[in-house]
Design a protein around this ligand. Structure first.
Ligand SMILES: *Cc1c(COP(=O)(O)O)cnc(C)c1O
Length: 462
């Protein structure tokens, strides 16, 4: 299986190389050159199998000869063993025809564990074989960083540096990043917003001398392997509700477009998805783009769903690549325009996007009201991101087609917002109840490329 860049001007890589690299050298994102298909019978055969078995069947065709079948089954088993629920991604009914896919039973209580745990195990297997070392650098609005640190802490061949916006992540998120004691874990609190952290990470990848010098590897949601891991639960949940014999729709609380793009891949593989609904908070650039064609960042405003406080939605580039009929030059042109302020997608590309994607947004007041209402009517405590999804899903639902809303984090990860809406303080699961008592370790750093690179060079064993 070959992997190609969305901008059409980077080396073609294998799955393993694309996973270890992250961002392509032309600034683009890697995608499989062809998308493996799951037939009606393949999908029907997923009914009743374990999450791990489904994960194996769905992901295997994308891997080429990276691992043997036994190695990959082993990697999957280790990735999900630490989850606090035997179904891994259980489905709960909220209302007639409306279901919640609980993706928060992993070690850091957010859906990012599904991908990050798998990536950690795949990196370890791959690096052990080659004897190489890598330096993982990632930007986070909170959940990617904690999931990455949890997945890589204590591994021999990896240093992990996570940049998060100082003062703009929840206390649980911060503590999950700053309390691990392993010396290969480095939490960096950067001045600014998530987009600043993400921009500095991109700068580091584009600084080839630095990139090669420290052996930079990226595990942000631009990493193809992460998207792939997320494809699995679109299949398992749709099959639980009757696919491939009936269509289902999904609503996905969205920031960087990685999770909802995984749904798009599932659809292209053959899963009968009717609509993929992009749910945003008041940072609604994706909703604006899908309704007005204009993609123009206009500043981030902090919300109670901070993991979605994003204006430059990296993975949207992958959707644009398909909307522009896999024309890398057209995508490169749009991204150049974005650097200069923004772009408008063509009418044809917009129509192509709208064949699959719908969108909606939830204001802060609507999000809080949804948390309160669902607690009253169903007893379900929603984290604010999931509440954005539920609110948008309720508006987008169509009778006759089940709607699955992705619950992206556990309510205890965002206790302040949940308490404010419901009066209930959501408790942390037993296994992490001492989080608030552990010592924190963090380095403050300016939003400055040279300062960040210098710090990393000092910390990485030469
Ligand atoms: C990361 C995150 C999102 C957004 O996911 P994307 O893949 O970036 O669109 C939504 N909710 C939570 C809780 C998250 O951690």
């Amino acid at each position: 299986m070959n992997y190609i860049s969305t901008r059409g001007n980077a080396p073609i890589l294998s799955f393993e190389e694309a996973m270890l690299t992250g961002l392509a050298r032309d600034g683009g994102l890697y995608l499989p050159a062809t998308i493996p298909q799951m037939s009606h019978a393949d999908i029907a055969a997923l009914e009743g199998v374990s999450y791990e078995e489904a994960a194996f069947r769905i992901m295997w065709p994308f891997l080429g000869d990276t691992f043997t079948e036994d190695e990959f089954r082993d990697i999957i088993a280790r990735s999900y063993a630490g989850f606090g629920h035997p179904a891994r991604a259980p489905l709960k009914q909220l209302d007639q025809g409306h279901f919640l896919l609980e993706l928060f039973h992993g070690p850091t209580l957010a859906f990012k564990d599904f991908a990050m745990q798998l990536i950690g195990q795949m990196f370890e297997a791959s690096l052990k074989r080659s004897g190489k070392r890598v330096c993982i650098v990632g930007a986070t609005s909170g959940d990617t960083g904690s999931a990455a640190i949890e997945a890589f802490r204590g591994l021999d061949a990896v240093d992990v540096f996570i940049l998060y916006p100082h003062g703009r992540v929840s206390e649980v998120q911060r503590r999950q990043m700053t309390t691990p004691v392993e010396s290969n874990v480095h939490a960096l609190a950067i001045t600014g917003y998530f987009d600043d952290a993400q921009a500095r990470v991109k700068d580091m990848f584009n600084d080839f001398a630095f990139r090669d010098g420290v052996g930079l590897a990226g595990v942000n949601s631009i990493n193809w392997a992460r998207v792939l891991a997320q494809v699995v639960y679109f299949f398992t949940s749709a099959v639980a509700l009757g696919a491939p014999h009936r269509k289902v729709s999904f609503t996905v609380p969205t920031g960087n477009f990685g999770d909802v793009f995984a749904g798009y891949i599932a659809r292209r593989m053959g899963l009968p998805i009717d609509r993929l609904v992009v749910a945003t908070n008041q940072n609604d650039i994706l909703h604006r783009c899908l309704t007005t064609r204009d993609y123009r960042p206009d500043g981030v405003s902090p919300t109670i769903s901070p993991s979605m406080d994003i204006q430059v939605s990296s993975n949207f580039e992958r959707a644009l690549y398909y909307a522009y009929d896999q024309d890398g030059r057209a995508v490169a042109q749009l991204m150049a325009e974005l650097k200069a302020g923004g772009f408008s997608v063509s009418q044809g590309a917009l129509e192509s996007l709208r064949e699959t994607f719908s969108s909606g947004r939830a204001s802060e007041a609507e999000t809080t009201a949804t948390i309160a209402r669902l607690s009253d009517t169903t007893g379900e405590l929603l984290c604010p991101h999931s509440a954005v999804g539920v609110k948008v899903a309720e508006e987008a639902r169509q009778t006759g087609t089940p709607m699955i809303t992705l619950a992206t984090a556990h309510p205890a990860k965002f206790p302040a917002a949940v308490k404010q809406a419901t009066g209930i303080h959501p408790p942390l699961p037993e296994r992490m109840a001492d989080l608030y008592d552990r010592d924190e370790r963090v380095t403050r750093v300016d939003n400055d490329l040279v300062a960040i690179e210098t710090l990393i060079k000092e910390r990485v064993p030469q």
